[in-house]
Each structure stands twice: as C-alpha cells, then as structure tokens.
Ligand binder design. Sequence first.
Ligand SMILES: Nc1nc2c(c(=O)[nH]1)N[C@H]1C(S)=C(S)[C@@H](COP(=O)(O)O)O[C@H]1N2
Ligand SMILES: [Mo]
Length: 264
Amino acid sequence: MNIKTPLRLSIDRDAVLKEAVDRIGHANAGMRASKRNFLRQSLTLGGLSMLTGCTLVDQDSVESALTRISRFNDEVQGWLFDPNRLAPTYPDSMITRPFPFNAFYGEEEIREIDGGSFRLEVAGLVSDKRRWSLAELRAMPQIDQVTRHICVEGWSAIGKWGGVSFGRFLRLVGADLTAKYVGFKCSDDYFTSIDMATALHPQTTLALTYDGQPLPPKYGFPMKLRMPTKLGYKNPKHIQAIFVTNTYPGGYWEDQGYNWFGGS
Ligand SMILES: Nc1nc2c(c(=O)[nH]1)N[C@H]1C(S)=C(S)[C@@H](COP(=O)(O)O)O[C@H]1N2
Ligand SMILES: [Mo]
C-alpha cells in the first residue's frame, strides 16, 4: 500500500491553483468543503503570487510559491495547536484487529533490529548525550493509550501503544525545550521531525509496546514515536536517533511536498 508519489507540477494555471487550495485545505483539516470551494473559485494566479511574494513564471517559481504556502500553513497550525487539548481515546474493545502495516516499502522488507545490542542515540541541543538501552527505557514509568492513527493514504485505525512520556524523556536528557524542532532518524532510512510543542504534548509517547506486547518489527521495533495529534507519516517507527535542533530537518515525505506540521 504505497500511493504517495512526489508531487509533480506543471505550470498549468488550473492545476497550480488546485494544488495551492488543496495544500491550504489539507493543512486546515477542519476547513469546510464550501469554504474550500469558495477559495478554489476566488484564488487567482495573481492572488497566489501576492500571497507568497513569488512571481509565477516557471516551474521553479511555482514550486517555491507552493512551498511558501505549505510553510505558512505550518506556522498557522503551530499557532492553532493547543498544547493541552487531548486527542480522543477509545476503549480496548475498539482496537482495529489486525492493525494495518504501512511503510515506504512492503512487508517483506521490514527491518529486524537486535534489541539486546540496540542503543538509542540522543544528539543536538541536549545536555546528556549518553545512549539508552531498551532495558533502561523499560525501567522508566510507562503510560499507554488507545488512539486513532490516521494515514493520508485514506485509512485510519485504532491501536494501543505504551511507553515513556516523550516530554518526560526530553526533560530527563536536558533538552533545550525552547528549541524549535525534534528530529528522528530511523533504521530503515526514514526520517521526520516535529515541533517542540507537540513533542511536549501529554499524549506524545516514546512507544515500546503495541497492545501490551513489545512493539513488533512491523510496527517499528524497538520504538516509535506515537502522537495521536499528528498524521501517520509524522509518527516515526524504528527510531535510531533523536536530535533537538533549531535547523529545519524536514522529513522523508515532507521533503516530497507533504505538509510538515501534519496535524490530525
Ligand atoms: N521508520 C518508518 N516510520 C514510518 C514509516 C516508514 O516507512 N518508516 N511510514 C509512516 C506512515 S506513512 C504510516 S501510515 C505509519 C504506519 O504505521 P503502522 O505500520 O504501525 O501502521 O508509519 C509511519 N512511520
Ligand atoms: Mo501514512
């Protein structure tokens, strides 16, 4: 199941405007269809150009205008994000069985990582850069919750993840909590990054278990970051390294045009 492709744009007026409206719409999931239609009818190439400060003469200028819209949306979503509002939780009876697998490759290529020798790396703007074994993370206080995972490919499913509160972990390693981003490098070459407010959200969990069992390889062993406030692609599996930074780190899908904030 992999229908994501890099966004390719031609300088076809209608296509460019549709893309711009879609990006504004995607980033603001609550936007009503009527409002989206209104925007679609009223946005002109001139308007897009004014909004972004880009002259739309060729493919590159169109790309940078659309990128600006996307980054502008990131800021708006950042302002709108309420650090205390909780995503819905569900009873165990509503867990989707079997829970779907998804990655940028098929199930036959799932990475097998050795838990015994695994050490989580912590880097960037943190005072304590020592590596963490799985046993050490399991010895910390654990939380769990049943939440809905929403994938932009058009499916959602309810699952139960447990592990360490990510805010607690960041404080423990002496992370600079005023930094803008937390980035993730995964052992399957996936990567992504999130805003600090979401990193510190009470439901954001460094997940070590799925449905009460150690996280199976397909769901991201040895750990994934589980954020019920963000879309599926923002939730990195197979985390190898975590870094805190003020330099925009992007992400695997984000660098191909998917909205960086990715709120759900
Ligand atoms: N390391 C890694 N993390 C990843 C991905 C991936 O390909 N590699 N895919 C993302 C996407 S698009 C989705 S929908 C979810 C799928 O998680 P699941 O297999 O637990 O359903 O993982 C996200 N995190
Ligand atoms: Mo996804």
